[in-house]
Design a protein around this ligand. Structure first.
Ligand SMILES: Cc1ncc(COP(=O)(O)O)c(C=O)c1O
Length: 402
Protein backbone atom coordinates (compact mmCIF):
# COMPACT_ATOMS: atom_id res chain seq x y z
CA UNK A 1 0.00 0.00 0.00
CA UNK A 2 1.33 3.49 -0.77
CA UNK A 3 1.96 5.78 2.24
CA UNK A 4 -1.08 7.72 3.46
CA UNK A 5 -1.12 11.18 1.85
CA UNK A 6 -0.35 14.29 3.90
CA UNK A 7 -1.66 17.79 3.22
CA UNK A 8 -0.11 20.06 0.65
CA UNK A 9 0.46 22.51 3.52
CA UNK A 10 2.52 19.94 5.44
CA UNK A 11 4.56 19.16 2.35
CA UNK A 12 5.16 22.83 1.59
CA UNK A 13 6.31 23.85 5.08
CA UNK A 14 10.12 23.87 4.87
CA UNK A 15 12.39 22.68 7.69
CA UNK A 16 14.12 25.47 9.58
CA UNK A 17 17.40 26.23 7.80
CA UNK A 18 19.18 26.77 11.10
CA UNK A 19 18.20 23.34 12.39
CA UNK A 20 18.56 21.42 9.11
CA UNK A 21 22.18 20.43 9.76
CA UNK A 22 21.74 19.90 13.51
CA UNK A 23 22.14 16.10 13.18
CA UNK A 24 25.64 16.65 11.75
CA UNK A 25 26.54 18.80 14.76
CA UNK A 26 25.19 16.08 17.08
CA UNK A 27 27.33 13.48 15.28
CA UNK A 28 30.43 15.71 15.51
CA UNK A 29 29.86 16.20 19.23
CA UNK A 30 29.37 12.46 19.73
CA UNK A 31 32.89 12.02 18.30
CA UNK A 32 34.23 14.46 20.90
CA UNK A 33 34.49 17.55 18.65
CA UNK A 34 33.70 20.90 20.24
CA UNK A 35 31.20 22.75 18.04
CA UNK A 36 30.94 26.56 18.18
CA UNK A 37 27.34 27.46 17.36
CA UNK A 38 27.09 30.55 15.20
CA UNK A 39 24.03 29.11 13.47
CA UNK A 40 21.19 29.87 15.88
CA UNK A 41 19.99 33.01 17.67
CA UNK A 42 19.81 31.41 21.10
CA UNK A 43 21.32 34.00 23.47
CA UNK A 44 23.79 32.65 26.03
CA UNK A 45 23.28 35.58 28.42
CA UNK A 46 21.63 34.86 31.80
CA UNK A 47 17.90 35.58 31.95
CA UNK A 48 16.92 38.33 34.44
CA UNK A 49 16.83 37.30 38.11
CA UNK A 50 13.52 39.19 38.29
CA UNK A 51 11.90 36.65 35.96
CA UNK A 52 13.16 33.65 37.94
CA UNK A 53 11.97 35.40 41.13
CA UNK A 54 8.58 35.85 39.47
CA UNK A 55 8.34 32.09 38.82
CA UNK A 56 9.14 31.46 42.51
CA UNK A 57 6.51 33.94 43.66
CA UNK A 58 3.71 32.14 41.76
CA UNK A 59 1.34 30.92 44.47
CA UNK A 60 -1.95 29.85 42.84
CA UNK A 61 -2.97 26.38 43.98
CA UNK A 62 -4.61 25.64 40.65
CA UNK A 63 -2.58 26.50 37.56
CA UNK A 64 -5.63 27.71 35.66
CA UNK A 65 -6.03 29.02 32.12
CA UNK A 66 -5.20 32.69 31.77
CA UNK A 67 -7.58 34.89 29.79
CA UNK A 68 -7.11 34.47 26.03
CA UNK A 69 -6.00 38.07 25.49
CA UNK A 70 -3.32 37.63 28.14
CA UNK A 71 -2.69 38.39 31.80
CA UNK A 72 -4.10 41.84 32.63
CA UNK A 73 -1.10 42.89 34.69
CA UNK A 74 1.33 41.75 31.99
CA UNK A 75 -0.46 43.85 29.36
CA UNK A 76 -0.34 46.86 31.70
CA UNK A 77 3.32 46.30 32.52
CA UNK A 78 4.24 45.84 28.84
CA UNK A 79 2.47 49.09 27.98
CA UNK A 80 4.43 50.72 30.84
CA UNK A 81 7.69 49.27 29.50
CA UNK A 82 6.94 50.66 26.02
CA UNK A 83 6.21 54.05 27.61
CA UNK A 84 9.49 54.02 29.60
CA UNK A 85 11.67 52.87 26.71
CA UNK A 86 10.04 54.61 23.75
CA UNK A 87 8.04 57.46 25.29
CA UNK A 88 4.86 56.05 23.74
CA UNK A 89 1.61 55.98 25.65
CA UNK A 90 -0.20 52.90 24.29
CA UNK A 91 -3.31 51.42 25.92
CA UNK A 92 -2.85 47.96 27.52
CA UNK A 93 -6.07 46.95 25.72
CA UNK A 94 -4.14 47.25 22.43
CA UNK A 95 -1.80 44.41 23.49
CA UNK A 96 -2.70 40.77 22.85
CA UNK A 97 -0.31 38.35 24.57
CA UNK A 98 0.86 35.43 22.42
CA UNK A 99 3.11 32.37 22.65
CA UNK A 100 6.15 34.31 21.47
CA UNK A 101 6.33 36.60 18.47
CA UNK A 102 5.96 33.39 16.45
CA UNK A 103 2.31 32.90 17.37
CA UNK A 104 1.62 36.61 16.91
CA UNK A 105 2.94 36.39 13.34
CA UNK A 106 0.77 33.37 12.51
CA UNK A 107 -2.25 35.20 13.98
CA UNK A 108 -1.48 38.32 11.94
CA UNK A 109 -1.24 36.31 8.71
CA UNK A 110 -4.51 34.50 9.55
CA UNK A 111 -6.33 37.72 10.47
CA UNK A 112 -5.16 39.86 7.56
CA UNK A 113 -5.10 37.33 4.72
CA UNK A 114 -7.23 34.75 3.01
CA UNK A 115 -5.42 31.76 1.49
CA UNK A 116 -3.60 32.96 -1.63
CA UNK A 117 -3.42 36.59 -0.47
CA UNK A 118 0.00 38.19 -0.60
CA UNK A 119 2.37 39.80 1.89
CA UNK A 120 5.47 41.63 0.67
CA UNK A 121 8.70 40.77 2.48
CA UNK A 122 12.28 41.83 2.05
CA UNK A 123 14.74 39.16 0.96
CA UNK A 124 16.81 37.82 2.73
CA UNK A 125 14.22 37.27 5.40
CA UNK A 126 13.67 35.67 8.80
CA UNK A 127 13.34 32.09 7.62
CA UNK A 128 10.36 31.22 9.80
CA UNK A 129 8.20 33.80 7.96
CA UNK A 130 8.29 31.26 5.13
CA UNK A 131 7.00 28.57 7.51
CA UNK A 132 4.28 30.86 8.96
CA UNK A 133 3.14 31.69 5.42
CA UNK A 134 2.98 28.01 4.48
CA UNK A 135 0.90 27.25 7.60
CA UNK A 136 -1.57 30.05 6.88
CA UNK A 137 -1.74 29.72 3.08
CA UNK A 138 -0.27 33.18 2.53
CA UNK A 139 1.88 33.87 -0.51
CA UNK A 140 5.04 35.80 0.33
CA UNK A 141 6.23 38.11 -2.43
CA UNK A 142 9.88 38.95 -2.09
CA UNK A 143 11.63 42.26 -2.69
CA UNK A 144 15.37 41.83 -2.94
CA UNK A 145 17.77 43.80 -0.74
CA UNK A 146 21.49 43.61 -1.39
CA UNK A 147 24.54 42.94 0.76
CA UNK A 148 26.46 45.67 -1.13
CA UNK A 149 23.80 48.24 -0.05
CA UNK A 150 23.81 46.97 3.55
CA UNK A 151 20.36 45.53 2.78
CA UNK A 152 18.74 48.99 2.58
CA UNK A 153 15.19 49.17 1.20
CA UNK A 154 14.99 49.49 -2.58
CA UNK A 155 13.25 52.46 -4.22
CA UNK A 156 9.58 53.27 -3.76
CA UNK A 157 8.97 52.26 -7.41
CA UNK A 158 10.51 48.83 -6.90
CA UNK A 159 8.37 48.21 -3.82
CA UNK A 160 5.14 49.48 -5.38
CA UNK A 161 5.77 47.37 -8.50
CA UNK A 162 5.30 44.25 -6.36
CA UNK A 163 1.85 45.27 -5.10
CA UNK A 164 -1.01 43.33 -6.71
CA UNK A 165 -4.78 43.26 -6.08
CA UNK A 166 -4.11 40.39 -3.64
CA UNK A 167 -1.50 42.25 -1.56
CA UNK A 168 -2.73 42.60 2.03
CA UNK A 169 0.36 44.02 3.64
CA UNK A 170 4.10 44.62 3.93
CA UNK A 171 6.11 42.85 6.62
CA UNK A 172 9.34 44.46 7.83
CA UNK A 173 11.72 43.21 10.52
CA UNK A 174 13.82 45.97 12.12
CA UNK A 175 16.43 45.52 13.55
CA UNK A 176 16.66 42.72 11.04
CA UNK A 177 17.16 39.02 11.34
CA UNK A 178 19.14 37.76 9.36
CA UNK A 179 21.05 40.89 8.22
CA UNK A 180 21.41 43.07 11.34
CA UNK A 181 20.19 46.08 9.33
CA UNK A 182 18.32 48.77 11.27
CA UNK A 183 15.89 50.61 9.01
CA UNK A 184 15.89 54.40 9.21
CA UNK A 185 13.01 56.67 10.04
CA UNK A 186 12.87 57.71 6.35
CA UNK A 187 12.57 54.05 5.29
CA UNK A 188 9.76 53.44 7.80
CA UNK A 189 8.03 56.62 6.59
CA UNK A 190 8.22 55.40 3.01
CA UNK A 191 6.60 52.06 3.89
CA UNK A 192 3.90 53.73 5.97
CA UNK A 193 3.13 56.10 3.13
CA UNK A 194 2.83 53.23 0.65
CA UNK A 195 0.58 51.25 3.01
CA UNK A 196 -1.64 54.26 3.67
CA UNK A 197 -1.94 55.03 -0.02
CA UNK A 198 -2.70 51.42 -0.98
CA UNK A 199 -4.81 50.70 2.12
CA UNK A 200 -2.78 47.65 3.14
CA UNK A 201 -1.28 46.63 6.50
CA UNK A 202 2.22 47.49 7.66
CA UNK A 203 3.37 44.70 9.97
CA UNK A 204 6.60 45.45 11.81
CA UNK A 205 8.46 42.76 13.72
CA UNK A 206 10.22 44.64 16.55
CA UNK A 207 11.60 41.59 18.35
CA UNK A 208 15.10 43.18 18.47
CA UNK A 209 14.00 46.82 18.90
CA UNK A 210 16.37 47.81 21.74
CA UNK A 211 19.39 45.93 20.39
CA UNK A 212 20.85 48.77 18.28
CA UNK A 213 24.43 50.04 18.03
CA UNK A 214 26.60 53.03 17.21
CA UNK A 215 24.52 55.42 19.30
CA UNK A 216 21.20 54.66 17.57
CA UNK A 217 18.04 54.95 19.68
CA UNK A 218 15.33 52.28 19.52
CA UNK A 219 12.81 53.27 16.88
CA UNK A 220 9.29 51.86 16.69
CA UNK A 221 6.87 52.26 13.81
CA UNK A 222 4.53 53.67 16.49
CA UNK A 223 6.84 56.70 16.74
CA UNK A 224 5.58 57.62 13.28
CA UNK A 225 1.91 56.95 13.93
CA UNK A 226 0.80 55.32 17.20
CA UNK A 227 -2.88 55.26 16.23
CA UNK A 228 -2.76 53.99 12.64
CA UNK A 229 -5.40 51.39 11.77
CA UNK A 230 -2.99 49.85 9.31
CA UNK A 231 -0.04 49.29 11.65
CA UNK A 232 0.49 46.04 13.55
CA UNK A 233 3.59 45.54 15.71
CA UNK A 234 4.84 42.11 16.72
CA UNK A 235 6.95 42.11 19.86
CA UNK A 236 8.67 39.56 22.09
CA UNK A 237 10.53 39.17 25.37
CA UNK A 238 12.71 36.38 23.89
CA UNK A 239 15.79 38.31 22.83
CA UNK A 240 15.98 41.57 24.75
CA UNK A 241 15.42 39.71 28.04
CA UNK A 242 17.18 36.49 27.01
CA UNK A 243 13.92 34.62 27.64
CA UNK A 244 13.50 32.50 24.52
CA UNK A 245 12.09 29.57 26.50
CA UNK A 246 9.45 31.61 28.31
CA UNK A 247 7.52 31.91 25.03
CA UNK A 248 6.05 35.34 25.69
CA UNK A 249 5.29 37.71 22.83
CA UNK A 250 2.53 40.04 21.78
CA UNK A 251 0.73 41.76 18.98
CA UNK A 252 0.07 45.50 19.38
CA UNK A 253 -2.32 47.55 17.27
CA UNK A 254 -4.89 50.33 17.55
CA UNK A 255 -7.05 48.52 15.01
CA UNK A 256 -9.94 47.23 17.15
CA UNK A 257 -11.23 44.97 14.40
CA UNK A 258 -7.85 43.25 14.10
CA UNK A 259 -7.74 42.85 17.88
CA UNK A 260 -11.27 41.46 18.10
CA UNK A 261 -10.90 38.99 15.23
CA UNK A 262 -7.46 37.86 16.40
CA UNK A 263 -8.88 37.35 19.88
CA UNK A 264 -11.33 34.84 18.40
CA UNK A 265 -8.36 32.80 17.19
CA UNK A 266 -6.64 33.28 20.54
CA UNK A 267 -9.76 31.94 22.28
CA UNK A 268 -9.58 28.81 20.13
CA UNK A 269 -6.08 28.10 21.46
CA UNK A 270 -7.30 29.03 24.98
CA UNK A 271 -4.33 30.83 26.56
CA UNK A 272 -0.59 31.38 26.93
CA UNK A 273 1.22 29.81 29.93
CA UNK A 274 -0.11 31.35 33.18
CA UNK A 275 3.13 30.92 35.12
CA UNK A 276 5.30 32.49 32.42
CA UNK A 277 2.94 35.45 32.12
CA UNK A 278 2.89 35.93 35.88
CA UNK A 279 6.70 35.87 36.02
CA UNK A 280 6.99 38.20 33.01
CA UNK A 281 4.62 40.72 34.63
CA UNK A 282 6.64 40.57 37.86
CA UNK A 283 9.87 41.06 35.90
CA UNK A 284 8.61 44.07 33.92
CA UNK A 285 7.31 45.70 37.12
CA UNK A 286 10.62 45.35 38.98
CA UNK A 287 13.46 45.38 36.45
CA UNK A 288 15.49 48.54 35.79
CA UNK A 289 16.92 49.71 32.45
CA UNK A 290 20.39 48.23 33.21
CA UNK A 291 19.55 44.70 32.14
CA UNK A 292 18.62 45.48 28.52
CA UNK A 293 21.37 48.12 28.29
CA UNK A 294 23.89 45.51 29.52
CA UNK A 295 22.72 43.07 26.86
CA UNK A 296 22.88 45.75 24.19
CA UNK A 297 26.47 46.71 25.13
CA UNK A 298 27.57 43.09 25.20
CA UNK A 299 26.14 42.39 21.75
CA UNK A 300 27.71 45.57 20.39
CA UNK A 301 31.13 44.48 21.71
CA UNK A 302 30.60 41.04 20.17
CA UNK A 303 29.59 42.59 16.87
CA UNK A 304 32.87 44.54 16.87
CA UNK A 305 34.99 41.50 17.74
CA UNK A 306 33.33 39.26 15.15
CA UNK A 307 33.40 41.92 12.45
CA UNK A 308 37.11 42.63 13.03
CA UNK A 309 37.86 38.92 12.75
CA UNK A 310 35.75 38.50 9.59
CA UNK A 311 37.43 41.46 7.90
CA UNK A 312 40.77 39.66 8.14
CA UNK A 313 39.56 36.57 6.28
CA UNK A 314 40.49 36.81 2.59
CA UNK A 315 37.57 37.11 0.14
CA UNK A 316 34.93 37.26 2.86
CA UNK A 317 32.49 40.14 2.36
CA UNK A 318 30.52 41.46 5.33
CA UNK A 319 28.73 44.69 6.25
CA UNK A 320 28.89 45.90 9.83
CA UNK A 321 25.41 45.29 11.26
CA UNK A 322 23.71 48.13 13.14
CA UNK A 323 21.50 45.99 15.36
CA UNK A 324 20.15 42.58 16.40
CA UNK A 325 22.96 40.02 16.62
CA UNK A 326 23.18 38.59 13.14
CA UNK A 327 25.05 39.25 9.97
CA UNK A 328 24.90 37.84 6.45
CA UNK A 329 28.36 37.20 5.03
CA UNK A 330 29.47 36.30 1.51
CA UNK A 331 32.05 33.50 1.29
CA UNK A 332 34.31 32.45 -1.58
CA UNK A 333 32.39 29.19 -2.05
CA UNK A 334 29.59 28.37 -4.48
CA UNK A 335 27.44 26.24 -2.17
CA UNK A 336 27.35 27.17 1.50
CA UNK A 337 24.98 24.27 2.28
CA UNK A 338 27.76 21.89 1.23
CA UNK A 339 30.39 24.02 2.99
CA UNK A 340 28.45 24.13 6.29
CA UNK A 341 28.00 20.34 6.13
CA UNK A 342 31.72 19.97 5.37
CA UNK A 343 32.61 22.00 8.49
CA UNK A 344 30.57 19.64 10.65
CA UNK A 345 31.40 16.32 9.00
CA UNK A 346 34.83 16.56 7.38
CA UNK A 347 36.66 19.34 9.18
CA UNK A 348 38.09 19.51 12.68
CA UNK A 349 40.97 21.62 13.93
CA UNK A 350 42.46 20.70 17.32
CA UNK A 351 39.20 18.98 18.25
CA UNK A 352 37.02 21.97 17.28
CA UNK A 353 34.74 23.13 14.48
CA UNK A 354 32.11 25.78 13.79
CA UNK A 355 28.41 25.54 12.88
CA UNK A 356 27.19 28.25 10.46
CA UNK A 357 23.75 28.67 8.89
CA UNK A 358 23.72 28.51 5.07
CA UNK A 359 21.87 31.60 3.82
CA UNK A 360 19.90 29.74 1.13
CA UNK A 361 17.11 29.15 3.66
CA UNK A 362 16.85 32.89 4.36
CA UNK A 363 16.10 33.75 0.72
CA UNK A 364 12.79 33.19 -1.01
CA UNK A 365 14.94 32.62 -4.09
CA UNK A 366 17.21 30.05 -2.42
CA UNK A 367 19.97 30.32 -5.05
CA UNK A 368 20.67 33.95 -4.02
CA UNK A 369 21.92 32.70 -0.66
CA UNK A 370 24.10 29.95 -2.08
CA UNK A 371 27.35 31.89 -1.54
CA UNK A 372 26.35 33.40 1.82
CA UNK A 373 25.95 32.34 5.43
CA UNK A 374 24.23 33.89 8.43
CA UNK A 375 26.20 34.23 11.65
CA UNK A 376 24.74 34.89 15.11
CA UNK A 377 27.02 36.46 17.76
CA UNK A 378 25.58 34.56 20.68
CA UNK A 379 28.90 33.37 22.11
CA UNK A 380 31.34 35.15 24.40
CA UNK A 381 33.93 37.32 22.68
CA UNK A 382 36.86 34.85 22.98
CA UNK A 383 34.69 32.07 21.57
CA UNK A 384 33.64 34.31 18.67
CA UNK A 385 37.29 34.96 17.77
CA UNK A 386 37.98 31.21 17.91
CA UNK A 387 34.92 30.48 15.79
CA UNK A 388 35.97 33.04 13.17
CA UNK A 389 39.46 31.45 13.13
CA UNK A 390 37.87 28.05 12.54
CA UNK A 391 35.81 29.51 9.71
CA UNK A 392 38.99 30.82 8.06
CA UNK A 393 40.77 27.47 8.43
CA UNK A 394 37.66 25.65 7.24
CA UNK A 395 37.56 27.78 4.09
CA UNK A 396 41.18 26.92 3.35
CA UNK A 397 40.61 23.20 3.94
CA UNK A 398 37.47 23.27 1.75
CA UNK A 399 39.34 25.01 -1.09
CA UNK A 400 42.22 22.52 -0.80
CA UNK A 401 39.84 19.56 -0.89
CA UNK A 402 38.26 20.82 -4.08
C1 LIG B 1 12.78 38.33 13.60
C2 LIG B 1 12.20 37.35 14.54
N1 LIG B 1 10.89 37.36 14.75
C3 LIG B 1 10.30 36.48 15.57
C4 LIG B 1 11.06 35.53 16.23
C5 LIG B 1 10.37 34.56 17.14
O1 LIG B 1 10.47 35.00 18.45
P1 LIG B 1 9.72 34.29 19.65
O2 LIG B 1 10.75 33.54 20.41
O3 LIG B 1 9.16 35.43 20.44
O4 LIG B 1 8.65 33.43 19.09
C6 LIG B 1 12.44 35.49 16.07
C7 LIG B 1 13.26 34.47 16.75
O5 LIG B 1 14.40 34.24 16.47
C8 LIG B 1 13.04 36.42 15.19
O6 LIG B 1 14.35 36.44 14.97
Amino acid sequence: MSPIQLSQRARQTPPSPIRRLAHLATAAKAQGTRVYHLNIGQPDIKSPAEFIEGVRLYRDEVVAYESSEGNKRLREEWAGYVDRTLGLNLAPENFLITTGASEALVFVFMTCCDPGDEILIFDPTYANYIGFAAISGVKLVSILTKLEDNFALPSCEEIVAKISPRTRGILLCSPNNPTGTVYSRAELELLLEICNERNIFLIVDETYREIVYDGLSPLSIFHLDPRSERVIVVDSLSKRFSLCGARIGCLITSNQDVLAKTLNQAQARLAVSSIDQFAAAHMLSTIGPDYVEGIRCEYEARRDVLFDALEKIPEVVAQKPKGAFYTVVRLPVDDTDAFAAFLLSDFCCDGETVFVAPASGFYMTNSLGRNKIRLASVLERDALVKAAGLLEKGLKAYAAKR
